[in-house]
Design a protein around this ligand. Structure first.
Ligand SMILES: Nc1ncnc2c1ncn2[C@@H]1O[C@H](COP(=O)(O)OP(=O)(O)OP(=O)(O)O)[C@@H](O)[C@H]1O
Ligand SMILES: [Mg+2]
Ligand SMILES: [Zn+2]
Length: 452
């Protein structure tokens, strides 16, 4: 068998024990013995081939000159293409590519062309990659080594076809590529997320910086306001001291002087009537008591505590009109006591006092309107007179007065706004407004609480 020939050639070549130059010439063996030895060697070579070829993962086929399989390994069965003995004699294309009717099939052409060129001796190695079904195959064809001078007959193996299944490799490569691209996708997504977080962080830093600037601003404002508050309190104390000195102090001095004069008249009746002098002293004491009452009223009217801002203003206006009979005071108080929050009661009342005092002192007006309203959660106080207007006021008094300045500061400290405008010939309009907050509405003035 040509197969055996080939295997034997290799066995001879590869056997290190092969006695190329025997030390002693061996005695020639008898012909039957020589035949038996050759047969055993052939069997050994066959077994060698089988165990070697079966150990391979590739499909190995020995091909005859027309492409028919003369021998193959177990892989043919692993791939379910037939049995080791069943495929012998069948064309390799028919076995590898079952049911193929394609006359231009690449595999059929490859086998045919390779064997033709091997016959010519023009080429020694042929390769093809082709998919059959789900298998991605790599095919190589090489010529069989021939024993020198041996005649080759029909049916002798001419070539070795080795078919390797690369599907697993390609699948792994595919999976690797997919993994790679999903990794890239994840890296992209993560980079994007990091960029987003970075931008958010930068925005947050900007926001905090702005908040810090605003905080510094409002802190400075607070410092200025508390300075103003201290200043205003100081001014108030001076005013009280001055008032005590000017009215009470002077009155008491006058009373003391009158009483001393009365005593003198008691001692020397011829100088005059002591009774009239004592009567004067009583009147002065009454006046003093009156002015003490009015000073304390100015500090914080009892009415403000008992009733609330609107009622206290009403009372004050009536009282004021009695003191200044030439001035007609009209009140339009469209707000009840409960609607003026406690925190604003004093400042509203004080503002009316100051503005009416200014009207009486500076405006020479005949009429004045005092208005208190609540619209759209804004508390509005207006005092409008029909006097000479601000411009007519003496520059001297404008520079020295502190009433309007105090009023503006009080308004600002309580979150309100103050505005005074004058229209020449048409008098002066002073406006104070406070936008009421949620807590103002939740904590109404005294009267509303008392009513409960
Ligand atoms: N209703 C008004 N009509 C005309 N002029 C006015 C009126 N109100 C204020 N003025 C002018 O504005 C100036 C400033 O007023 P402001 O109340 O601040 O000071 P004052 O009344 O003079 O002094 P103070 O209030 O400290 O006792 C007044 O001196 C006056 O010239
Ligand atoms: Mg004033
Ligand atoms: Zn085919």
């Amino acid at each position: 068998m040509p197969m055996a020939t080939s295997a034997k050639t290799r066995a001879n070549r590869t056997s290190p024990a092969g006695p190329r130059r025997p030390r002693r010439p061996a005695a020639p063996a008898p012909p039957q013995l020589e035949n038996a030895g050759r047969q055993a060697a052939i069997e050994r070579a066959k077994l060698d081939w089988e165990s070697t070829a079966d150990a391979l993962a590739a499909l190995v086929c020995l091909l005859g000159q027309d492409g028919e399989i003369t021998r193959t390994n177990r892989v043919i069965e692993d791939w379910s293409l037939g049995t080791v003995s069943g495929v012998v004699g069948k064309h390799a294309h028919a076995v590898l590519h079952p049911g193929c009717r394609n006359t231009r099939c690449a595999i059929a052409g490859f086998i045919k062309q390779s064997l033709g060129e091997i016959r010519d001796g023009s080429r020694q190695q042929f390769e093809l990659q082709e998919t059959i079904g789900a298998r991605f195959l790599h095919l190589t064809i090489r010529p069989m080594r021939q024993r020198a001078g041996a005649e080759s007959g029909r049916g002798d193996a001419r070539a070795v076809l080795v078919v390797t299944d690369l599907s697993a490799l390609y699948r792994a490569q595919d999976a690797l590529e997919r993994l790679n691209s999903s990794l890239e996708e994840r890296v992209r997504a993560r980079t994007q997320a990091l960029a987003d977080a970075n931008r958010d962080l930068r925005n947050e830093i900007i926001r905090r910086e702005q908040a810090e600037v605003a905080l510094r601003g409002s802190r400075n404002e607070l410092v200025a306001l508390s300075e103003q508050l201290i200043g205003a309190q100081e001014g108030e104390r001076k005013r009280i001291a001055l008032e005590l000195h000017d009215s009470v102090g002077q009155s008491l001095s006058a009373v003391k002087y009158t009483l001393e004069r009365g005593l003198e008249l008691l001692r020397q009746p011829r100088l005059g009537n002591p009774g009239a002098v004592f009567q004067l002293a009583v009147r002065r004491i009454q006046e003093t008591a009156e002015s003490i009452r009015s000073i304390s009223m100015n500090l914080r009217p009892k009415l403000l505590d008992d009733l609330g801002a609107a009622s206290a203003i009403q009372w004050f206006c009536r009282d004021f009109a009695e003191i200044y009979p030439s001035l007609t005071i009209v009140t339009e108080l469209a707000v009840n006591d409960g609607q003026v929050p406690d925190r604003l009661a004093t400042v509203v009342y004080r503002s009316v006092q100051e503005l009416l005092n200014n009207v009486a002192k500076h405006s020479r007006a005949k009429h004045v309107l005092v208005k208190l309203s609540l619209d759209d959660n804004t508390l509005l106080l207006e005092v409008r007179d029909s006097g000479v207007g601000l411009e007519k006021a003496t520059p001297e008094s404008r520079r020295h007065g502190s009433g309007l300045r105090n009023l503006r500061e009080r308004a600002q400290m309580t979150g309100g706004q103050f505005n005074i405008v004058q229209a020449p010939g048409r008098g002066t309009l002073a406006q104070l407004s406070w936008r009421l907050a949620e807590e103002d509405r939740a904590a109404p003035g005294i009267a509303a609480r008392a009513a409960k």
